[in-house]
Write a protein that binds this ligand. Structure first.
Ligand SMILES: [Zn+2]
Length: 560
């Protein structure tokens, strides 16, 4: 950036004194849409915000422009939406996934080697070249690749690449050398080092043998974390996401967010949920942190887990798995531990967000909320993350104690056939039951679980209103009566996601008193067909009245 000359500085200061605090900005000729104070959709044609990026007024068609406008911007009739809020992501994982070499799209060894060489050349500062997704079967190679093949393209740095099924790794010679692997290294229990005819390790480590090299992969450096965070912010903003709930924030991630905030690089808003009681105590101490950096960062509470996922049969069910009758899933915590951890958090005013996927897990959390709600009164906003398979008998319980179901529409289309296999048709009456939860007085917040699913709120809205995937399957929608209205879907990704993180009154709606976080998009999600909503292009993203993303351009830094 070019520093302004002293004269220019003096002039701009003179201008400051001439026009003190009231430097309102008007954005006119927009087709604005928001959820309003009453939870209804409101349309407007102009937006006014002050110096702090706080909205002072929205104007409807025919209303007069206010006076004292310092800046005016022509919205050129574009659709203006509130910045989208993703109520469940893993921020740093989004960034690290985007920064890791992805070989899953390679169809031959030579194609993979080209891609690895290019990645190494593009990333000269990386001490190790890390990647994933290779598959020699898909390449038609008829054998494993070798360290020598990697040495030929990256001789100067260790290379460590995970196979598509994550049951094997491929190393170059330098990686093996740094890990002290040689002909005399024996196979560990439960693992195998692939060797050549002379008995020398060939570069492939199967199952537990991977740990022999894996433990030498250096932890990300602060600059790697900063780069991953910058990448995550860029990906989120490009999708129109201006705020997220980070589900399971360890101290080291919190410090990465803080560093970004301190240095003026924090361009999204993060509602953080600590990854452990220890992290909660280290970050928040005696309670949730204040909102930092002008409403850009706050530790709200803690993320807890009661079960695993449906795909791996870790989710806990009331009855055995349909496709494996010997198991009901694996509880990750006892009922007593759950209550103790919830109490520990609630005692100091921390919010709890509890991962529960199976019907037994959801019942367990609802039981715990029932019990704790009397001891910990007031506005607690108990959150259940995922709430995928709920016993229909338990659906009504979401309407008590202000419980919030934080759900991910894209999981429904990714999981629907797997869920039928795991749980069986007749136990799916409360599966991904968005509408039933609302009808029972529960509250919804929508998200993506990125990077598990893409952090794409428009794809999320499309699924939420249609219960169909990108190909329109199944025709008419899967258990279509659980679809929500367009207005509810928009609220789930804006106002209601803000409410789920105690952020109402700060952001999530384009109403007076909240931050001017808005998007210009190329279509109206309240009118377009679901397949068209998926194709929404986010043209610009504004945070607190400052432009932070323009499609096709490098984002501008936030000037604080
Ligand atoms: Zn998650």
């Amino acid at each position: 950036m070019i520093r302004p000359s002293l004269a220019a500085l003096a002039m701009s200061c003179a201008a400051c004194f001439a026009a003190p605090a009231l430097a309102d900005t008007l954005v006119y000729d927009v087709d604005g849409i928001t959820i309003d104070e009453a939870g209804e959709v409101k349309r407007f044609t102009a937006l006014v915000y002050d110096d702090d990026g706080v909205i002072t007024q929205t104007l409807e068609r025919g209303e007069d422009r206010p006076e004292d406008i310092e800046f005016a911007m022509d919205g050129k009739g574009q659709i203006m939406l509130p910045g989208m809020i993703d109520a469940h992501v893993h921020v740093m994982d989004i960034g690290f996934a985007a920064l890791t070499l992805d070989l899953s799209d390679t169809d031959s060894l030579s194609e993979a080697l080209d891609k690895i060489a290019r990645f190494a050349a593009d990333n000269p500062g990386r001490p190790w070249i890390l990647g994933r997704g290779w598959n020699q079967e898909k390449w038609g190679l008829g054998r494993f690749p070798t360290a020598a093949e990697l040495d030929a393209i990256v001789p100067d740095r260790p290379v460590w690449l995970e196979r598509a099924d994550n049951h094997a790794h491929w190393a170059n010679s330098l990686a093996m050398q740094q890990a002290g692997i040689g002909a005399d290294t024996s196979d560990p229990e439960g693992g195998r080092i692939v060797r050549d005819a002379q008995g020398n390790p060939s570069g492939i480590f199967v199952d537990r043998a991977s740990a022999l090299v894996g433990e030498f992969v250096p932890a990300p450096r602060p600059e790697d974390r900063d780069a991953a965070f910058a990448m995550a912010q860029q990906r989120l903003l490009a999708n129109g996401v201006t705020a997220v709930a980070d589900m399971g924030t360890p101290l080291i991630d919190w410090m990465t967010f803080r560093r970004a905030g301190d240095e003026g690089r924090l361009r999204i808003r993060i509602m953080a949920y600590a990854s452990s009681p220890e992290a909660m105590e280290l970050i928040g101490g005696t309670g949730p942190t204040p909102w930092l950096y002008e409403d850009r960062l706050r530790l709200n509470g803690i993320k807890l887990f009661v079960d695993g996922a449906l795909g791996s049969r870790g989710a806990t069910l009331k009855e055995p798995y349909e496709d494996e009758p010997t198991t009901r899933g694996i509880p990750l915590i006892t009922q007593t531990q759950l209550r103790n951890r919830m109490s520990r958090a609630a005692l100091d005013g921390f919010q709890t967000a509890i991962h529960a996927i199976g019907d037994a897990a959801n019942a367990d959390v609802l039981d715990a909320i029932d019990e704790l709600a009397s001891a910990y009164e007031g506005d607690r906003r108990w959150r259940i993350e995922h709430a995928q398979i709920v016993d229909p008998a338990d659906l009504a319980r979401f309407g008590r104690h202000g419980t919030i179901a934080s759900m991910q529409p894209l999981h429904q289309t990714s999981d629907m056939f797997m869920a039928e296999a795991r749980v069986g048709e007749d136990r799916l009456g409360g599966a991904y039951a968005w509408r039933s939860i609302l009808e029972n007085g529960g509250r919804l917040a929508f998200g993506s679980d990125a990077p598990v699913e893409p952090a794409d709120p428009f794809a999320g809205i499309a699924v939420a209103i249609s219960r169909t995937d990108a190909e329109g399957r199944p025709f008419g929608g899967w258990r279509a009566r659980e679809a929500v209205s367009r207005e509810q879907a928009l609220a789930g990704f804006t106002a209601d996601a803000a409410y789920a993180g105690f952020a109402e009154g700060r952001f999530g709606r384009l109403i007076p008193g909240e931050r001017a976080d808005f998007l210009f998009v190329d279509r109206d999600p309240l009118l377009a067909a679901p397949s068209d909503i998926r194709e929404t292009r986010v043209r610009e993203v504004w945070l607190a009245g400052k432009r932070v993303f323009v499609r096709g351009q490098q984002a501008e830094p936030v000037a604080d």
